[in-house]
Design a protein around this ligand. Sequence first.
Ligand SMILES: Nc1ncnc2c1ncn2[C@@H]1O[C@H](COP(=O)(O)OP(=O)(O)OP(=O)(O)O)[C@@H](O)[C@H]1O
Ligand SMILES: [Mg+2]
Length: 217
Amino acid sequence: MEKGVVLKKGLFVTVEGGEGAGKSTCLDYVKQLLEQKGINAVFTREPGGTEIGEDVRSILLNKKYLGMSADTELLLMFAARAEHIDKKILPNLSDGKWVISDRFTDATYAYQGAGREIGPERVALIEDWVQGELRPDMTLLLDLPVEVGMERATKRGELDRFEVEQMSFFERVAAIYRQRAQAEPQRFRVVDASKVITEVHEQIKSIFEAKFSELGI
Ligand SMILES: Nc1ncnc2c1ncn2[C@@H]1O[C@H](COP(=O)(O)OP(=O)(O)OP(=O)(O)O)[C@@H](O)[C@H]1O
Ligand SMILES: [Mg+2]
């Protein structure tokens, strides 16, 4: 698919947030909301979402590669993303389907840009190169204190290559997510993910109801 020419008919929605913020839990609920509304949607994730992307994901999360250079990490993220955009995101959007992705480029600004301290400028350069003009239409940020997220993630099972990082790494990640949400209020919807699941669902429901009414559906 040609870059820069984005024939989008569906809506591109991304869900962001730190470890254990509740992204997967939230996406199960979004699936129900869209089904009830009769919206044809494809659910996917990053890094991953394609056969090559999932293989790249396994390299990225593997603790065998704890010493991976920050640039390698950044480029692998975007290599997986290039495949994802080409093979899944754009074809489905131009088919009129909604594409809902568990993480996208905001995560790269947060984890590689801030966490790994590469800085936003270099992320932005590759973002433009890989994505052309493709950006999410709406991004849900599941915001919660870093310790709470880590506690949830730890309870769930073995930690991956990112989850074993220091608290300061996750604080930088959380700060950039919040900063990006503030800078682009028209795209971001911030969800207070520290609430109990039923209350998180209520917040998500009103975000989607507002979006449906904005779109006249
Ligand atoms: N609002 C909530 N309150 C309490 N526990 C929650 C809440 N939301 C999710 N959880 C629990 O926290 C854990 C992490 O949730 P989930 O897997 O949805 O997070 P995630 O953001 O997808 O994590 P990851 O970044 O690792 O993919 C799960 O055990 C889930 O049941
Ligand atoms: Mg998850």
